[in-house]
Design a protein around this ligand. Structure first.
Ligand SMILES: [Zn+2]
Length: 650
């Protein structure tokens, strides 16, 4: 097979809408041809359908990717043109009677001859068709389509309303002394002339809440943030009622029951118990955090400590208690050198090797690596880490192509990518990462490995194609290692001198990382419980929803970091992203990550454990439920106390 691993099409945007439309026509015709074919087998039908999808994806992925990392009027225009025909295609395929019948034919005639992964795939696909309503009478199917269209419009509106509210607010600061200890980089993003203007965008909001010395200005900003997008309340009420209706049409009692068909957690009730237990056990520690911050604020004469003081005093107490200077820490994390050091570490952990290869990509910042094992190249890894104006915010992992074997038995090696928005180099300094950036880089590489080390033959079960509530397990697991003493000793080097990080500084990083973990846990469980609560009931009025939120998240709650501080009407996960009855997923995945981390004793070079991790969790993708894979990995279930222990709450 020719090695196309480092290949990125240089003409991906050329004539894109026409090429996509043609490709959709071809894919549609091929799907119908396969559905009508007599003598279906797993290979000539299931695998051939996957190949059909793969062809379309191969064309689409570079376009999506360029829209995210090199956004322009051209990419926006292309996306506007291709999304409607693609959604129509997706929606038709999800209810394609002939394909559904084809899968049932395979189940009824060939099931026993299939391996376990293939059996799971066939079963999953049949269930997905049934959840999409393939067996319902025409009028009900039509209603489901209407609901889907309405929901996708409402999600979009919800998100746009929040974005607008973020932009519309302006906090003007004329007096520079009020900016306190705000770092130069944060000031620069808000500078207008000889004054500063802050919006409610996360980065601005965090800077104001953490550094602005004028308490009234913080209160004003906090109040505005908590009152964002009130018009979203109507959307929430309407969305919940549509979700209840859809669940009913499909024969489920609640929306949560419906979406839990594709989850690793056993049931909505089990998740609620899990969350309540965590919250109760973290409550005392969160209370203590609050008392500590309030006591520090009192020394400044503040008698009525409030949420708008939390980030400001959180920073002060953290600095005073742990004496950790982020600007010094950064000097040990030059982005290029740190990335190389992480690759080096992964090589030792998993017996793999990354070799950079110069190939034409989409931007000079992007890099490509061949990944090999036992001297054989088995995957391609693309990274694009520095921030750019044309890049979507945040960091993510994606695959141009997962590992799979096609209908002709040809193996396709995975092409995986990691994108970040890490600090760009300036004329005086190279790109230096903050601690949160280092953690993010580990996190995304953790997802990346899930794609890179996949050994799954079935395209739709490969790599990160696992249940929503366990997809964050490999990313959290690797992230946890970023500040283990063994890792820091190995990867942190001063960018000028090359000196390793002093032990004293390592100790400070580790200690300060435990700061306010109880508050963080309580906050995560509060939002998660609210999300479970509203999706395990029938229709609710706006008032009932509001009161469920206020019960889950009392007004005097404080938060570990202000970017998490959000009102109901700006809670994107369940209403704008597809995390309804799913916000618990992070904690659910973290219990496995924490358990495995504790078993490794924080040592990334525990070879025996890491090799088992590679050969089970990373290799097996979604071929089995994650709890089964976990038992193969560790020989047992995660211990219930591991997560609290990792958070330092036990
Ligand atoms: Zn993640």
């Amino acid at each position: 097979m020719k090695n196309d691993l480092g290949y990125f099409p240089q003409n991906a945007l050329h004539n894109a809408p026409a090429r996509v439309n043609d490709a959709i026509d071809v894919a549609r015709a091929r799907a119908s041809e396969l559905a009508a074919m007599p003598d279906k087998t797993y290979m000539n039908f299931v695998r051939a359908l996957a190949d059909n999808d793969a062809k379309l994806t191969e064309l689409l992925m570079p376009i999506y990717h360029l829209d995210s990392v090199m956004n322009s009027d051209e990419t926006k225009q292309i996306m506007n043109e291709i999304i409607p025909p693609l959604s129509a295609y997706g929606s038709d395929m999800a209810r394609h009677r002939g394909i559904y019948e084809g899968f049932k034919y395979i189940r009824d005639n060939e099931f026993d001859a299939l391996n376990a992964a293939q059996q799971k795939l066939v079963t999953d696909v049949i269930r997905a068709f049934e959840i999409a309503g393939v067996n319902l009478p025409a009028d009900k199917q039509a209603r489901l389509k209407e609901i889907a269209a309405e929901m996708s419009k409402m999600s979009n509106d919800f998100s746009n309303n929040v974005i607008e509210a973020n932009k519309n607010f302006k906090l003007k600061i004329m007096d520079e002394t009020k900016l306190g200890d705000m770092p130069t980089a944060d000031r620069a993003t808000a500078r207008i002339d000889d004054w500063w203007e802050f919006s409610l965008l996360d980065s601005h909001y965090v800077a104001v809440m953490t550094f602005v010395t004028d308490r009234d200005l913080r209160k004003q900003t906090h109040d505005a943030r908590m009152a964002r997008a009130p018009e979203n309340m109507d959307i929430i009420t309407h969305m919940l009622s549509l979700r209840v209706e859809r669940a009913g049409i499909l024969g489920y009692e609640t929306h949560a029951d419906l979406v839990f068909e594709d989850r690793s957690a056993p049931s909505p009730a089990a998740v609620k118990t899990f969350l309540k237990d965590l919250r109760n056990r973290a409550a005392a520690s969160a209370k203590q955090d609050r008392a500590e911050l309030a006591a520090r604020a009192a020394t400044d004469g503040i008698k009525d400590f409030a949420p708008h003081d939390a980030a400001f005093y959180g920073r002060l107490v953290r600095t005073e208690q742990y004496d950790l200077d982020e600007s010094v820490v950064r000097e040990y994390f030059e982005t290029g050198r740190t990335t190389d050091a992480i690759f080096d570490m992964l090589a030792e952990m998993f017996d793999i090797k990354f070799t950079e290869r110069k190939v034409p990509l989409w931007h000079p910042d992007a890099k490509y690596y061949d990944m090999s094992r036992d001297g054989k190249i088995i995957a391609g890894f693309f990274i694009d880490l520095p921030t750019r104006e044309t890049k979507s915010p945040g960091a993510w992992m994606n695959s141009f192509r997962p590992h799979y074997v096609d209908a002709n038995g040809v193996r396709h090696l995975p092409k995986v990518l990691n994108v970040g928005n890490f600090p760009a180099a300036t004329k005086d300094t190279p790109s230096l990462m903050a601690t949160k950036d280092v953690a993010t880089l580990f996190h995304e590489i953790g997802h990346g490995l899930h794609g890179l080390l996949s050994a799954v033959d079935e395209l739709d079960l490969s790599g990160t194609a696992v249940d929503r509530d366990v997809v964050e397990f490999p990313s959290s697991f690797l992230e946890y290692f970023w500040n283990s003493p063994v890792t820091l000793k190995r990867i942190a080097r001063h960018y000028k001198t090359g000196e390793p990080m002093p032990d004293e500084l390592i100790e400070k990083i580790i200690k300060s990382d435990r700061f306010m973990r109880g508050t963080e846990m309580v906050w995560k469980t509060e939002y998660s419980l609210f999300d479970m609560e509203i999706h395990t009931q029938g229709k609710m009025t706006a008032q009932q929803i509001r009161s469920a939120f206020d019960t889950a998240r009392p007004a005097d709650s404080i938060t570990p970091g202000p970017s998490y501080d959000r009102p109901l009407t700006a809670f994107m996960h369940p209403f704008a992203h597809s995390y309804s009855a799913g916000y618990y997923s992070y904690l659910w995945a973290e219990q496995m990550a924490a358990d495995a981390y504790i078993a490794a004793n924080g040592n990334p070079f525990d070879k025996d454990l890491m090799h088992r991790y590679r050969d089970t969790v990373l290799a097996m993708g979604g071929t089995k439920k994650m709890d089964e894979i976990y038992r193969e990995f560790m020989g047992r279930d995660p211990k219930p106390d591991s997560l609290l222990k990792f958070y330092g709450l036990k």
